[in-house]
Design a protein around this ligand. Sequence first.
Ligand code: CUA
Length: 317
Amino acid sequence: MSGHTHGLLVQASSAAARFDALMLTLTLITGAMALVLAALIFFFSIRYRKGSKADRSNPPSGAKGLEAAWTLAPLVIFIAIFAWAAVDYMRLYDPPAGAMPVFVVAKQWMWKVEYPNGRREIDELHVPLGKPVKLVMTSQDVIHSFFVPAFRVKQDVVPGRYTSLWFKATRAGTYHLFCAEYCGTGHSAMRGRVIVMPADAFAHWLQQGNTGSGIAAQGFALFRKYGCSGCHSAGSTVHAPDLTGLLGRTVHLQDGRTLVADEGYIRDSIMLPRKDVVAGYAPIMPSYQGQISEEDVLALIEYIRQTGADHDDRQPR
Ligand code: CUA
């Protein structure tokens, strides 16, 4: 594979052709409408110019049918385009069940990428061809935006919460990665590359330079280092919720709300433990805000995800 980076117009993901078709349709409709209006302005301004011999008798005083038509026709067109765009947009937030998770932490001014097996890279994202990939992203400082023009995907990366993005690369090669949200003086330099490799080459790449322990194993070490295991383990004397298989589980809270535990909920529980207190437990957990890095939080989440996979293979992801 050469070092050549493809141009921005290349279609390299399963979403690209759909968004291009929508964009082209919008451009054609608005362009055709603009042309018609410009031509009519031109024609009328010549035909009815001052001193012309055009017939000005009997001006029209009402045309309800015409008015209804030019009101309803655009309405129908706009609603159809809205529905089309909404369906595509919702697909963007509905990753297929088997999508490979990859973690992205943005900071001024770089992209830190980490794979479940522990392999890390900076400003580069390697992905397999033809396999769905789900990015789980957060920022450790300000708002950034993950943008791969050739994939036609863009998603804000926000401090304090997780956003996600999925895609399926359809064309091997190297593509631009940009930050698309002004994030300080180094914003324009916050660029990277997305490298799409055939699936077997990717599998080989993923094993190289591996640090040895996967993210979940690192998470288990952190679970002990930060003292989580002191309260959240079976033999503990402190009364704390059992975290085994927590991801995807329905949680009942003290104030009567229920929610389904996702990555954001676990992150909030570590950083803002008083926000969503589990029913039947005292709010005694200390906050780890400012004491734990975003990478460590992701590792803890992966450890908790792993306990679910070990515990129950039917656990929804
Ligand atoms: Cu990060 Cu702009």
